[in-house]
Design a binder for this molecule. Structure first.
Ligand code: SF4
Ligand code: SF4
Length: 148
């Protein structure tokens, strides 16, 4: 019979254990970069371009927009351990389990997991899209299936 293993909580770590021993290395499977807050249709379209490459999402926290690229680090081993621990980048050294995503309780102000979700949001907050294909400096923007 399949036995479900209960997730070890931070409070229940045994002596000598670290949280990372019980984690599928979540923090080594993406990176996030702050991006400019979009306030024109062209800027929303630019972010949509990021997202249509796949495995890219966008979240907003404290009014700052971030692009997240979901990609495993090439040095992450099958055992979920760092393969270059002694020479890992400084940002990895500076990261700690203190506020990490182990608990899955991240709650963002806004989270867009697909370009369609982003577009739907833009439709709600932006004035109507400009018409015309690059005429008079205007950009023609598409109607996405299921959004408009
Ligand atoms: S720092 Fe947190 S998210 Fe990263 S491997 Fe350790 S427990 Fe997992
Ligand atoms: S270098 Fe090591 S610690 Fe840093 S992201 Fe890659 S596997 Fe994780």
């Amino acid at each position: 019979m399949l036995q479900l293993q209960q997730k070890v909580s931070r409070e229940n770590l045994k002596n000598g254990e670290v949280l990372c021993d019980h984690c599928p290395a979540k923090c080594c499977r993406y990176f996030a970069l702050p991006i400019d807050t979009p306030d024109t249709w062209e800027e929303y379209d630019f972010i949509r371009w990021y997202m249509i490459h796949g495995r890219v999402s966008v979240f907003v926290e404290d009014d700052t927009w971030y692009m997240v690229v979901h990609a495993d680090c090439k040095h992450l081993g099958e055992d979920n351990r760092c393969g270059i621990y002694e020479t890992r980048p400084q940002i990895c050294r500076d990261y700690s389990t203190k506020d990490c995503e182990y608990d899955d309780d991240e709650c963002y102000e806004k989270l867009f997991e697909t370009p369609e979700q982003l577009w739907e949001y833009a439709e709600a907050v932006m004035p109507p899209k400009p018409r015309g294909l690059r005429k008079n400096g205007q950009l023609q923007l598409p109607v996405l299936a299921g959004v408009e």
